[in-house]
Design a protein around this ligand. Structure first.
Ligand code: ADP
Ligand code: MG
Length: 226
C-alpha cells in the first residue's frame, strides 16, 4: 500500500501546487507516485499540467458520478494524477477511497487546501505524512504556526522553504526554531517556474540539470526513506 503524503501550508500562494507536482514527478522517476489534487477551492494541478479542461475530477468521483479510473489523467512522462475542479463535494468521503488511492502507487502526493480552508480538516485526517511548505517571511511563518496548533509535529516529514531570495527575512535555522520541525529543503526563487506553468511541464522535467531539480530529487529521496 502506498504512503499518502500531504503537501500543506498555513497560507495560500507559497508554492504547494508547484512542489506537489515536481515532487510527484521526481518520486515517480525514483519509484512510483500518484498526484491527487485535493484542493477544490483552488484546483490548480490541472492548470499547471494541461491546456484543456479535465474530462472528470475528484469531485465527480466523490459524488459517485464516475469511477476513479475514468477521471485519471496522465502526463507525457507517465505520471498519473487526479484533477480537482471548483466544487463543494463532501470531503468526508475521501476516506472511502483511501484504499483505492493507496493501490495506485508507492507514494500518493496530495496537493492540500491551505490551513484555513474548510476542507483542510478532512484532507489533514486523510494523509499519513506531511510536508509543510513555507515562504521565508514572518507572515507565512505565523500562518504555518496556526496550522501546527491543529496537528502533531510527529506527522511532519519536514518543512520545505520555498521562493528563497538572496535577501530573505528568515533563515532556515529560524524556521526550524519557530516551527520545531526540520527543514528538508530550501528552494530558491526562480522565475522559470512561471514559464513551466505556460509550457505545462514540471520544472524538474523541463530543467533536468538545474540545481533546483537536484534539490527536489534529494527531497524525494529523503521522503522515500522517511
Ligand atoms: N521557487 C519558486 N520560484 C518562483 N516562482 C515560484 C516558486 N514556487 C512557486 N512559484 C510560483 O508561485 C505561484 C504560486 O505557486 P503555487 O504552487 O500555485 O502556490 P499554492 O499552491 O501554495 O497556492 C505560481 O505562479 C508558481 O509558478
Ligand atoms: Mg495551489
Amino acid at each position: 500500500m502506498g504512503k499518502i503524503i500531504g503537501v500543506v501550508s498555513g497560507s495560500g500562494g507559497v508554492g504547494r501546487t508547484t512542489l506537489a507536482i515536481n515532487l510527484a514527478f521526481a518520486l515517480n522517476k525514483q519509484s512510483s507516485a500518484f498526484l491527487l489534487d485535493a484542493n477544490q477551492t483552488n484546483p490548480h494541478v490541472h492548470v499547471h499540467l494541461s491546456k484543456t479542461l479535465p474530462r472528470a475530477s475528484l469531485q465527480q468521483v466523490l459524488n459517485g458520478e464516475c469511477s476513479l479510473h475514468y477521471a485519471l489523467q496522465h502526463v507525457a512522462s507517465g505520471l498519473a494524477y487526479l484533477p480537482s475542479q471548483h466544487g463543494e463535494s463532501d470531503y468526508r468521503r475521501l476516506h472511502q477511497f483511501k484504499d483505492q488511492f493507496s493501490l495506485l502507487a508507492q507514494h500518493i502526493i496530495v496537493d492540500a487546501p491551505h490551513g484555513s480552508v474548510k476542507d483542510a480538516k478532512e484532507v489533514l485526517a486523510f494523509a499519513d505524512d506531511f510536508v509543510l511548505v513555507v515562504a521565508p517571511e514572518l507572515a507565512a511563518l505565523g500562518d504555518a504556526k496556526q496550522l501546527l496548533r491543529r496537528m502533531h509535529r510527529s506527522v511532519f516529514a519536514g518543512v520545505v522553504v520555498n521562493e528563497v531570495r538572496k535577501h530573505r527575512q528568515i533563515s532556515d535555522a529560524d524556521v526550524e526554531r519557530v516551527l520545531g520541525i526540520p527543514v528538508m529543503a530550501s528552494i530558491p526563487y526562480d522565475k522559470r517556474f512561471t514559464e513551466t506553468v505556460m509550457t505545462k511541464q514540471p520544472f524538474v522535467h523541463q530543467f533536468p540539470r538545474a540545481p533546483i531539480t537536484q534539490k527536489i530529487d534529494e527531497l524525494a529521496h529523503q521522503l522515500r526513506t522517511h
